[in-house]
Design a protein around this ligand. Structure first.
Ligand SMILES: [Zn+2]
Length: 91
């Protein structure tokens, strides 16, 4: 059995509290009533993903098409384009 402790107060009286929008379980501490994600996933852009977006942009695919195909937000595609192409940051 996995002993789960609250990241806020360290108490082990923790109950399941649904899921977040990506499906990862959320938990709630019975002692301090705060909620937390058990094992949160990093949402940082990986260099591989950025390279995929850049490759697709160089093929002149539409930004909306890239966002749909790679399952990233439209703003993510725009941010990568702006960062690398317009500001000249080396990819
Ligand atoms: Zn707590």
């Amino acid at each position: 059995m996995i002993v789960l402790s609250c990241p806020h107060c360290g108490n082990t009286a923790v109950i399941k509290f649904g899921t977040n929008r990506s499906g990862t379980p959320r938990c709630r501490c019975k002692a301090c009533a705060k909620t937390f994600t058990r094992s949160p996933k990093s949402r940082v852009m990986t260099p591989e993903r950025e390279a995929l977006i850049l490759g697709a942009l160089k093929e002149r695919l539409s930004q909306r098409g890239i966002a749909r195909a790679l399952k990233v937000g439209r703003q993510t595609v725009r941010a990568v384009r702006k960062d690398v192409i317009e500001k000249g940051r080396p990819a």
